[in-house]
Structures are given as structure tokens and as C-alpha cells.
Design a protein around this ligand. Sequence first.
Ligand code: PEP
Length: 253
Amino acid sequence: MRRKIVAANWKMNLTLPQAKELALRLNTWVKIHKPVAEVFIAPSHLYLEQMNKDLRNSSITIVSQNVSAMPNGAYTGDVSAEQLLSVGTKTSIVGHSERRAYHHEVNKYIGKKITHLYENQMSPILCVGEKLEDRESGKHFDVVREMVSVALERQSSENLKQNLIVAYEPVWAIGTGKNAAPDQVQEMHSFIRKIIGEQHGLQVAHNTTILYGGSVNAGNASDLFDQFDVDGALVGGASLDFDEFTAIISARK
Ligand code: PEP
């Protein structure tokens, strides 16, 4: 059975006291409500060690928002997979559209990040998604195919079969309040599963958890989760609001 996951991407928000408070509230809520979905939180790199300690006995998984494409060395400001692992973090988001847009990250480079994660027995949440102009010109499938297949081309199918999460996040839906329609999301998720199957075999495709991200909120989550190939969500803005985020988690039955 594929994992059902609702993940919070806190981006560059919250001070350490605010992050600790929200994480501890969520932890208490998860203990009481025992949701069907696994809950992930991606705080700032700065807080990973502290939050891994605070949530030591929790079912919530603390993940990184990014990882370097290099194993170690003279890369000022970067954080390596090995360093993340040394503070107890085993999963990292890679290829978020904000990294692609503001840091010019391209598919091959994102593939190198994934390689380093697997080399350290860690795992990726690979974000892919087309821009508005790609969708309007009918190129969205080609763009997403390239993002998935280049990032995964050098990975071993065995690693992918054990642990691969993909997040489909159309850029035009991120932070805009305008989510993709459930049928558009289902169509793209099933396409992503097909590409993974062609490249790495049906078992990898079947095991891959595919999350949707882009203006998910308490009001639209259930309709999105009703889609066959939608295993969960990656949530930005709404994950900073305790009531909104817990309502999204509850919607994942
Ligand atoms: C994101 O950036 O990963 C995201 C999904 O953001 P939002 O939920 O705010 O659209």
C-alpha cells in the first residue's frame, strides 16, 4: 500500500519559538487524533536539530526543505545530505519551484541531490510542476516528463522502490489561492506514475507516493484526496495555520 502523507512546507517562515510552538501543538493533536495520513514538517534548516529533539518520540517526521547537490566541501551556505543526517533528518524536499526559479536549479542538478540522498540512505520528495505558460501552450506534459525522467534517470530502481515521494506542484497554483482542479491533478498524477513505470518498472511506479501541492486548504483537500492517484498533499501557506492544517490532515482518509 502506498503511503498517505500530508506535509507542511514552512518555507522561510516562523522564528524558532513560533516553530517549536506550532510543532508541539501539532504533535499533541496527532497523538490524540491518530490521523490516517503520516504528517511531515519541513521547517527552516536552522531548526532541524532542535525539532528532531523536541519530536523525538513523535510520529511526525521532520524533513528538510533542500539539500546540496555536492557531498561536502567549499560550498558556502549549503547543507549536505550527510549533515542533515547527522542531525537526524532522513528526507529532503528537492526541486521546489522556488529553488528552480530563484536559484536556477535544473533537472540534472536536482538529480544529483537525489543521488546524494540515496547514497546516505536518505530519501527525496521530488517537486515537479509546469508554469502557467507551459499549460496554456499545451506543453505541461512534456515539461513534467522532462522534470521526472531527468531527475530519476541515474537512480537505482531498488532505491526508488523503497522510498520515493513525488510532489506535483503546478507553479501557477503555488501561493496563488487557485488550486488545480481535481481532474487536472488526477490526470497529471497518473501521467507521472506512467513515466516512472516506463523508466523504472511497474513496481516502482506502484510504490511511489505522489502528493499534490498548490493552494491546498481545508475547503479543497477532500476533493483532491478523492482522486485515485493523489496520495496526499504538500502544503505551504495553509500549513502555518494550525486549524487549517489539521483540517487538511483529517481530510486524508
Ligand atoms: C508549496 O510551495 O510547496 C506550496 C504548495 O505552497 P502553497 O500551499 O502555499 O500553494
